[in-house]
Structures are given as structure tokens and as C-alpha cells.
Design a protein around this ligand. Sequence first.
Ligand code: HEM
Length: 143
Amino acid sequence: MTAGVKPSDPPLNSLQGSSRISEIRTSASCHEKLGTIKPYPDESDLGRFQVTKSQYDKMVFKVPSLRNVEKTGPYFHNGRVATLEEAVKRMGEYQVGEQLRNAQIQSIVTWLRSLTGVIPAEHIKPPKMPESTPKTPQPEAAG
Ligand code: HEM
């Protein structure tokens, strides 16, 4: 984390407040662990640990890009967080160790909304898949 940079410092406007937050997010060496500062209460999915069985990977999840984040909810690895406001609140609490005030949350969300842009059609077109054959792996049956 960058010295002297705290989200609890009152932002003067949404841009300044949010660039501070962006600095925290990009400078923290958190190894993408959810619950770095305060243990995340929902451990029903232990993340990468489930594949590697390494303690180091407990609660490690891929951090999605924030580009277009206002359109990519629901949030977090299990989609249990419905709104951007709630996602930011939890980030403050579990990743940064701050109870963000509503005005701060709004300020950050305003900035996150500024990351919305046009998604190039090439990036979202359905992929061309190979023909299905009897050897093609199938999803496991539910239950
Ligand atoms: C206040 C500053 C921060 C903001 C505004 C913020 C914002 C966000 C948002 C909006 C998401 C949801 C993305 C999605 O599901 O599409 C997210 C996810 C995540 N962020 Fe942050 N973040 C902040 C700080 C941090 C820090 C400091 C770390 C690391 C120490 C971190 C690690 C993560 C991780 C691991 C996820 C994925 C969680 C999951 O999939 O369950 N964040 N962040």
C-alpha cells in the first residue's frame, strides 16, 4: 500500500477520491486473496486452494477487470454481491480495513461508472468452437 494513502481521507471530489482508491488497489500486494485485512465471512468456496491444495492459495480468486464493471454484476466469485455499492463497501472492509462512509462509497462508484465504454463487437462475439464428437468432454451431471 502507498504510504499516507487512505480511503478514509475525505475525497475533495469523486475523481480525486477515486484515484486515491485506484492507487490503493493497484499498489497493494495482495496476491488476489479475498479477506486480506479481515477474514471474509463466506468461505464456502476456498478459491484456487481447491485446485492446488496449497495454503497460500486459500481464498485466492481471479480479480476481474474493472472496465465496464457497472454492467458486469452480480459481483465477486460467486455472484452473491448484487450491487456495486455493496462490492465497494466490502472491499473497504475486507481488503483495505476501512468502514467507508456512504459518501465515499458513492464517490468511488461514480468513478467506477466512468470506466464504462463501448465493448468492441469482436471481443463479445460467440467463439467459433470445433465440431462436437463422441470424445468431446461433457459437463458433469448436476447433483
Ligand atoms: C477501495 C479499494 C477497492 C475497490 C474500489 C475495489 C473494487 C472491486 C470491485 C468492484 C470488485 C468486484 C469485481 C467483480 O466481481 O466484477 C473487486 C473484486 C476484488 N478485489 Fe477489489 N477493490 C478495492 C481494493 C482491493 C484490494 C486492496 C485488494 C487486494 C488486497 C482487492 C482484491 C480484490 C479481489 C481478490 C476481488 C475478487 C473477489 C471475488 O471474486 O470474490 N481489492 N474489487
